[in-house]
Structures are given as C-alpha cells and as structure tokens.
Ligand binder design. Structure first.
Ligand SMILES: O=c1[nH]cnc2c1ncn2[C@@H]1O[C@H](COP(=O)(O)OP(=O)(O)O)[C@@H](O)[C@H]1O
Ligand SMILES: [Ca+2]
Length: 422
C-alpha cells in the first residue's frame, strides 16, 4: 500500500469551521468585540531562540468583518546564526542580534499598531543547557532591547520556554493548520521535532489506556475554544541531533575534552577533524583500524537511545508530522524535495542510513556526520519512541507559505491570553 499524504486544510478553512460564538468569547472578550472596525489587521511577534539560531516570526492576522473570524494572513520570517547560547560570555552582543531582527518588525508593522503588537522571545534547549547565571544575563539584555522598542512587552516576555510548552506550541500550530480544533476529529495530529539540543514528541491520546499508562509529567492540558485538550507531550533534553552526536562519540559530560580524540564507527575511516559546539572544541574521527558501517554504527547508537525514552503503545499505529532535522536530513539525502516535503515511512530512513553508512566514500562530499545522523534518526524513531517500520511521517516545512513551527501555536495562545484583536 502506498502511503497517502495527509491532507492539510487552510487556516481560514479551519477558522470558518469553528463555532463562532465560542470563538468570540474566547478570542474577543465581550467589551472588546470590534464593531465597525475599519482597519482590520493585527500582528504578533515571536522570537524562537533555538540552540543553532535565532528566528523572528511576524504574524499578520486579518479580520475581514466583525462577524467573520480572523484569519492568518501571512508571516514575515528571518533568522540569524549562531543562536543566543553562542553569546554566553557576551550577552550584549547576543542581544544585538535580536535587535537587528526586531528592526525588521519596525518596518513590517504599521506605527499605529506598534503598541498593540506583543513581542515575545522564547528560548529552547540551547539556553536550557547554559548555567542559570549566563542564561539570565542574556535574557536580561534581550528584555532591555524589547523595553526600548515601541512594541507591547507582556509580562514574562523573555524566557526559557518549558519543553512541554514548545511541544504544545508545535501541536497547536498543526491543529490550527489541520482543522483539528473544530472539535470532532482529534485523532491525527502528532508532531515530532528534532532540534540541535533537544527533541519533542506530542499527540492527542485517543485511548483511556494511554492516559492511564503515561507518567503525569508527560500530560499537559490546555484550553482552547472552550474545550480542554489533554496532550501527551515531552521534550527530551540532550536528545537533539547535535547533542546526540556528542553522546554517540562518548564526549558528553566528559570533563577534559581538550586533546582527547573521540572515535566512532559511524564516521569515515580516515577522518580526523575538530568540531565546535556549545562553546567547546571536540576532536573526532573514524575507526581507523576497526569497523565502520551501518551495523557497528547502529550498535553504537543503540546505547544512547535504548530504554531511554517513554514508549506509548498508541503511537505505533498513528502518523506524525515531523519537522526540523528530520526534514533537513531527508532533504540532504533526496528522500524528499526541499520545497515540497513529503511522506516517508520510518524504514525509509533506515534504508537510507544503510546506503550511506555502507558507502561512506561515495558520500564524502556531504557532512561527515551524515551516516551517524541518519542512524540516530532511525534508532530514535524505532528503538527510542518505538515506532513501527511502516509508521508514516509527514515531513512539512511550510503550509500556505507559513513555517510549521511551535511559534505559530505559541503566538496564537499569546494573542488569545492577551485578548488582542483589532
Ligand atoms: O526557521 C526555523 N524555524 C524552525 N526550525 C528551524 C528554523 N531554522 C532551522 N530550523 C531547524 O531547527 C533545527 C535546529 O534546532 P534548534 O536550533 O531550534 O535547536 P533546539 O530546538 O534544540 O533549541 C534544525 O533542524 C533546523 O532545520
Ligand atoms: Ca527548535
């Protein structure tokens, strides 16, 4: 059976299927209902301070008439590398990168709406891994940049995001895109995000059993459109792709890494190189004398994932949306098209991993980590989360030209909690 693509409905379609009264009560408190509003656009600015880069998302919502629901009109998006955590010892410089991105919003948002446009930055795993003191001084500098801007700065506008909120934002984004919030049809949406430092899984459980068997801190409730949704959601810190490379090399939490050589059967035999990550320098290389290739590599990687993750039974028979490094590595190996994305089965990653790892000389123009990354993705999916070989993954970067990211869900949630509309 060939995999069938999961259908997306457009954002406006989603909104038009919501119960309008419910929508109005939640999104527009009664005294704020916009009657006779001439101008009908409002904005939300969300920064994603990820471990490998900082990104700004400026979302535009339009309300075409008072009785109609606001629609997501578009997104302006820009990013810079490296991420804030690379400025651990120069917080002002880090904040400067945020300021440059925020200047884009000054141009994008009309001046009379600046004061009604909230700006928020949420940092993910990169900052979670820094010392409290360094992380806080970075956040403080960013907060000053926000305070000096003309935008609305809500309480707690600059923070390290809880991992489960990140997963929740991603799920909410997908629900908005896919029409899941219309109430009945809640079963398809699950999301997988593989960042540099952490990885997230989220889905709406269908079976009571799942709720019973799941540890309490893997369940999150949230309110949207007068319904309460119970989500399975967890963020695994240290299981992002780049953190996993270090774990596989045995270089994670090693005190004196200087000068030490970390070798792996997942790397080209003759390779010897240096890698800078999280403010540290690592020397790494291939198994000069010993084995290389898929089999030995898989065994090495298995040690890092086996038994480390919670495996809910229910996910085996379901399909998931997959983002970030799942997407990037699938593009790198021609499993999907960069623009279109596509549907893959878990075993497609495994086949590709075998092909790359057993022919490393053929792939020597790609990243030396390509074999390791593909094996990690395969093992994470199969042995970590417990997916089947034929579990379907919908790889998606953009829907209607809007980035599929936790940021849309988080912005939506923010605007709702602030009661912001035109
Ligand atoms: O603009 C973007 N939005 C969302 N994800 C992005 C964007 N740019 C890059 N990414 C993806 O994020 C992944 C890196 O993760 P990130 O830097 O967010 O680390 P983290 O989530 O562990 O903090 C890469 O796979 C990259 O494709
Ligand atoms: Ca991320």
């Amino acid at each position: 059976k060939t995999p069938k693509p999961l259908a997306f409905s457009s954002f406006s379609f989603v909104l038009s299927h919501l119960n309008r009264e419910m929508w109005f009560q939640d999104f527009f408190p009664p005294n704020m209902c916009p009657i006779n509003a001439k101008d009908n656009t409002f904005y939300g600015i969300m920064f994603d301070a990820g471990s490998t880069g900082t990104r700004i998302h400026i979302y535009t919502f339009v309300q075409k008439s008072p009785e109609n629901l606001p629609e997501l009109e578009g997104e302006i998006f820009e990013s810079v590398k490296p991420g804030l955590s690379a400025y651990a010892d120069q917080p002002e410089k880090g904040a400067e990168t945020v300021k440059r991105l925020l200047d884009m919003a000054i141009d994008a948002v009309p001046p009379h709406l600046w004061k009604k446009t909230p700006v928020v930055l949420k940092a993910t795993a990169g900052l979670r891994l820094l010392s409290e003191e360094k992380a806080q001084s970075l956040l403080l500098e960013v907060r000053e940049v926000f305070e000096e801007s003309p935008f609305l700065v809500p309480e707690d506008s600059v923070s390290i995001m809880d991992g489960s909120y990140e997963a929740l934002g991603a799920a909410l984004s997908m629900m908005l895109f896919a029409g899941q919030l219309s109430g009945q049809n809640q079963h398809t949406v699950g999301t997988l995000d593989l960042g540099g430092a952490s990885t997230q899984i989220t889905f709406l459980p269908q079976f009571e059993e799942t709720l019973k068997e799941t540890p309490g801190d893997f369940l999150t409730s949230f309110e949207m459109f007068n319904s309460t949704y119970k989500l399975y959601t967890h963020s695994y810190l240290g299981f992002g792709l780049k953190a996993a490379r270090l774990a596989i090399l045995g270089a994670l939490n090693v005190e004196a890494v200087d000068g030490q050589m970390f070798r792996s059967s997942c790397l080209p035999k003759q390779l010897e190189a240096e890698w800078h990550f999280g403010g540290m320098k690592y020397r790494y290389g291939g198994n000069k004398e010993g084995e290389t290739g898929f089999k030995p590599c898989y065994l090495e990687v298995l040690k890092v994932v086996e038994g480390k993750l919670h495996q809910p039974d229910e996910i085996r028979g379901r399909s998931f949306y997959a983002f970030s490094y799942y997407y990037d590595r699938a593009v790198d190996t021609n499993l999907i098209d960069y623009e279109q994305g596509g549907v893959l089965e878990v075993r497609d990653f495994e086949r590709k991993a075998e092909e790359v790892c057993d022919n490393m000389e053929k792939y020597n123009s790609a990243s030396p980590f390509l074999c390791m990354d593909l094996v990690y993705i395969t093992a994470l999916l199969k042995e970590g989360f417990g997916f089947r070989d034929n579990t379907l993954l919908q790889l998606t970067k953009k829907v209607n030209n809007v980035e599929t990211s936790w940021t849309l869900g988080a912005t939506f949630h923010l605007l709702q909690s602030l009661g912001i509309t035109y």
